[in-house]
Design a protein around this ligand. Structure first.
Ligand code: CP
Ligand code: NVA
Length: 308
């Protein structure tokens, strides 16, 4: 039995297997051999933070696998009143085939897996958003597959993430893209760069795959195959902190013109005219709605891989 708490919880070969399965499930969405995999089974979805895509993509995906999702937010479950994560993990394992949890501290997830006897999946924490990265890699493979090497044909491609480099997405891009062998550059100003522990973790993985993990203040997307950004204010971050230095890192038409072959990705929700201009996110290089759709396919593949 395996959990998926960080992008490193799948080896490079396993990640490629999940992504190949995601592509197959997308091609054959309703009539595939896994459509009854979760028949009469329930998946628990715990949301301590708000969500649109995660809530609906997991709910739809589990339905398409023949199962049922029960969702609870932190206020409506006893965890909100102090029931331990360990007790909750033990109890939910008696009812559910898997536990999906969007929470704050990564340590919360680590506490739950002490007792959970079914797979626990990180549906976003303060440190990582690994399900999103599977969807992003699926989108990269759809658009750029074959231009690189490795099982998905994306190894050795170049991705650049600009903006808040000290959030969950930046950490997961480093770790998840390094796992896929995709070179990843985090382009962020001082004070908004990833913690060294996350850079090191990604570089450990990159040593296995040959990917490069770079952190820089310099804004340069020339030669990029993928340009990415995310909100400048993530859930749980302090809104009173001065984040104006991020303005230089906006993804706009002028910047994208220097990466004419690149696709643009954003995990969404997006804030137009902050981290990205409407001309980019609604423009010809954007693949953000395919990326959002791929949450569903990639997560179905992950569930199948963990539960079959
Ligand atoms: N990208 C993503 O996880 O979106 P939600 O916050 O809407 O779930
Ligand atoms: N970094 C964002 C991602 C939202 C899906 C946040 O944590 O709010």
């Amino acid at each position: 039995m395996r959990h998926f708490l960080t992008d490193a919880d799948l080896t490079p070969a396993e990640q490629a297997e999940v992504l190949q399965l995601a592509a197959e499930l997308k091609d054959n969405r309703y009539n595939n051999e896994y459509r009854t995999l979760l028949e009469r089974r329930t998946v628990a979805l715990l949301l301590d933070k708000t969500s649109t895509r995660t809530r609906f993509s997991f709910s739809a995906g589990v339905t398409e696998l023949g199962g049922n999702v029960v969702t609870a937010d932190s206020k409506s479950s006893q965890m909100g009143k102090g029931e331990t994560f360990q007790d909750t993990g033990a109890v939910l394992s008696r009812y559910a085939a898997a536990i999906l949890w969007r929470t704050g501290a990564q340590a919360n997830l680590e506490a739950m897996v002490e007792t959970a006897t079914v797979p626990v999946i990180n549906a976003l924490s303060d440190d990582f958003h690994p399900c999103q990265i599977l969807a992003d890699l699926q989108t990269v493979a759809e658009n750029k597959g074959g231009q690189g090497d490795g099982p998905l044909g994306i190894g050795g491609l170049n991705a650049v993430y600009l903006g808040d480099g000290a959030n969950n997405m930046a950490n997961s891009y480093m770790l998840g893209f390094a796992t896929a062998g995709v070179n990843i550059t985090i382009c962020a100003p001082e004070g908004f760069q990833p913690e060294q522990q996350f850079v090191e973790k990604a570089r450990d993985r990159a040593r296995e795959t040959g990917a490069r993990v770079t952190v820089t203040e310099d804004i340069d997307v020339s030669g990029a195959d993928v340009v990415i950004t995310d909100t400048w204010l993530s859930m749980g971050q302090d809104p009173s902190e001065d984040r104006s230095v991020l303005r230089d890192y906006q993804v706009n038409e002028e910047l994208m013109a220097t990466a004419p072959e690149a696709i643009f990705l954003h995990c969404l929700p997006a804030y137009r005219d902050s981290e990205v201009t409407p001309g980019v996110i609604d423009g010809p290089q954007s693949r953000v709605f395919d990326e959002a759709e791929n949450r569903l396919h990639a997560q179905k593949a992950l569930l199948v891989w963990l539960l079959r």
